[in-house]
Design a protein around this ligand. Structure first.
Ligand code: FEO
Ligand code: CA
Ligand code: CA
Length: 620
């Protein structure tokens, strides 16, 4: 792919969304029908170039069916569903919702999300996969209406991370309940805190006066992995698991993360005082981190990496910079939050993994500021350092240490005037190691709430479709403090909207349209896989878009083609490949019909394995 990628360094030639600043600032109503195409010189080229050499499959139509559909010439099998036993002595799944916490702790967790394959040999691998949260309506026979202490334990055992071994037999990957590394990591697994916030007073609790020993990881959204073989799990909406039965005064530092002293939906605080803000006000400070896990050692202690900041982490896009520094791009998924970058202090040393394992312990966190070039949906940007004592991160402004800058990273980002974004979800680094893509899934507050003006890579008010921003670090150096950006695509609905930005960019048409891009990832050949988590009503603004889906984009031509449609109610999230790229694993989260078993069966979050019938590489 190198030859192809060299050409791509002419960044300005790639943009598919050049509208006048005036036209998009005016919003949907004011943009004239001709403005979009007239001001989009690349539009014609992209529209004509729908024969990507990278994308070699027939697009599937949008679907409202209660099943997973893939292109002709591909097959699907179910790898693992919520409740499947992952140990030989684990009880079989029972759909009656009466199984207890002990059973759940030995079964695959709920709501499959980000995942990574760690190859062991040609037909043997480890899969580490997040279980983001739980669906009480299916988890319990009482749907959460009559919770007991054990029900809370069961819910705590249904999320976190699942590690299992996979084996390929007769060309088909299956989960091996006999796998030596099989493990459940839950809301009660012991972990250690490392980095600048470790041991800080704000992390100390009654049960842990050291502030360095946390139980559990929660709301594990997406993921990342390192070249030294560890898995990164990202804690997202941790706030939802905290509550209080009595009134507790919570300051802005809680509010900024949505932590509220109310009756929480999950009801953990009613039975587990760790999640009761009245009793343990510091416990929420112990979540919202990136957690590093060694999937090959089931006895290893997961490490919370506080040098990467505390926010609602979506994923962790890892790259080794040309100069050897480990760089991790990080999105904070909330309306009006930010995009971050961590650069390790020390350098990666090939073959010295005991040293490499310290790389996420120490480094510098930055937050992105996007500047727009006049009249174009492109611009440059800078990374602003979030280091105590610099850029106004001082005592006068309420920061007393680097630990506080990390614990309240959102507040630090605001202090340095970082750009508020349309819900940054996943970030992916192209295999050329230079271009970085980030999904901005949607943002109903854009142009509505203070501080969220229509600007830069967030060009639409009340943005319910989402877009994908792309940046290239200066000189291809991820440690550089500057970059250039453009928009790879603007999702929209060209059948409902005509001639304005809500119709989408020119690479979106009525055959491939979708809303709310979320999971993204590159395969080795440089195909950009795009998963959606959006409105599947198939009505109004979303008419014709059907269920959530997965598409595949060619980063060179801009072409986007739909590869998969998910079942009713589901979000398509989580993607990884076997080492030979001949099997792609895709997560189907929170289906609400009867997937995967059909009939009258309860829906179950499920990982599907997709193969090409001719035995080739998926997508090729
Ligand atoms: Fe768990 Fe932002 O998705
Ligand atoms: Ca997501
Ligand atoms: Ca989402």
């Amino acid at each position: 792919m190198t030859d192809l990628l060299d050409k791509e360094t002419d960044f300005s030639n790639m943009i598919d969304a050049r509208l006048s600043r005036r036209s998009f600032l005016m919003g949907t109503a004011a943009v004239g029908a001709g403005a979009f195409l007239a001001l989009n010189p690349v539009a014609k080229a992209i529209a004509a170039n729908m024969d990507s050499k990278l994308l070699n499959f027939m697009q599937v139509p949008a679907s409202t069916n209660d099943t997973v559909i893939v292109p002709k010439g591909y097959s699907i099998s179910n790898l693992m569903s919520w409740g499947d036993p992952i140990f030989t002595n684990a009880p079989a799944f029972n759909a009656n919702g009466k199984q207890d916490s002990t059973a759940q702790a030995m079964q695959f967790g709920d709501n499959t999300d980000g995942m990574s394959v760690f190859p062991l040999s040609k037909d043997h691998a480890i899969l580490a996969v997040n279980n983001e949260y739980t669906n009480y309506e299916y988890l319990f026979d009482h749907q959460g209406k009559a919770m007991t202490a054990d029900d809370v334990k069961k819910a705590q055992a249904a999320l976190g991370v699942t590690v299992v071994e996979l084996v390929r037999k007769d060309g088909k990957w299956i989960m091996d309940p006999k796998g030596k590394v099989n493990r459940r990591i839950t809301a009660n697994t012991e972990m250690h805190v490392t980095g600048p916030a470790a041991g800080h007073d704000l992390l100390k609790t009654k049960a842990d006066p050291t502030g360095k020993k946390v139980l559990g990881t929660i709301n594990n959204c997406s993921n990342g992995h390192t070249p030294w073989g560890t898995y990164l799990t990202c804690e997202e909406n941790f706030n939802g698991f905290f509550g209080a039965e009595e009134e507790v005064a919570l300051d802005d530092n809680y509010k900024r993360y949505g932590v509220e002293a109310t009756q929480s939906k999950y009801q953990w605080h009613n039975f587990d005082e760790r999640f009761d803000l009245a009793k343990n006000p510091n416990e929420p400070n112990r979540f919202g981190w990136i957690v590093e896990i060694d999937p090959k050692d089931p006895t290893s202690t997961p490490l919370k990496r506080t040098a990467l900041g505390r926010f609602k982490h979506e994923n962790a896009a890892f790259v080794i910079n040309d100069d050897g520094h480990a760089v991790v791009y990080l999105g904070d998924d909330e309306r009006g939050e930010h995009i971050y970058k961590f650069v390790s202090k020390h350098k990666y040393q090939a073959g010295n993994d005991s040293a490499n394992r310290q790389l996420l312990e120490e480094g510098t966190l930055y937050v992105a500021k996007f500047n727009m070039h006049a009249d174009k949906l492109e611009g440059d940007g800078e990374w602003i350092e979030l280091t105590y004592g610099k850029n106004g991160l001082t005592k006068e402004n309420g920061f007393n240490s680097q630990a506080e800058v990390m614990i309240f990273a959102r507040k630090a980002a605001t202090q340095v005037s970082a750009t508020t974004m349309d819900r940054p979800e996943w970030i992916a680094v192209h295999p050329d190691n230079k271009h970085v893509f980030c999904t901005l899934t949607n943002n109903k507050n854009r142009g509505v709430k203070e501080g969220q003006d229509v600007d830069g890579p967030n060009p639409r008010a009340e943005n319910h479709y989402g877009q994908i921003v792309r940046w290239m670090p200066t000189d291809g150096n991820h440690a550089d403090n500057t970059f250039k950006w453009d928009l790879y695509l603007i999702a929209g609905n060209p059948t409902v909207h005509k001639g304005d930005l809500y119709a989408g960019s020119a690479n979106i048409n009525e055959d491939n349209m979708f809303n709310s891009p979320d999971g993204i990832g590159f395969d080795k050949a440089g195909r950009l896989w795009i998963q959606t988590d959006g409105n599947y009503s198939n009505e109004g603004d979303f008419a014709g878009q059907g269920n959530n889906q997965m598409l595949c984009g060619d980063p060179m031509t801009g072409e986007v083609r739909r590869f998969l449609t998910g079942p009713i109610g589901s979000e398509v999230t989580g993607l990884t490949f076997s080492e030979d790229q001949k099997t792609m694993f895709v997560g189907i989260q929170h289906p609400s019909g009867h997937f995967p078993a059909g009939g009258d069966n309860k829906p179950r979050s499920t990982i599907v394995a997709i193969t090409k019938d001719d035995g080739g590489v998926v997508g090729s």
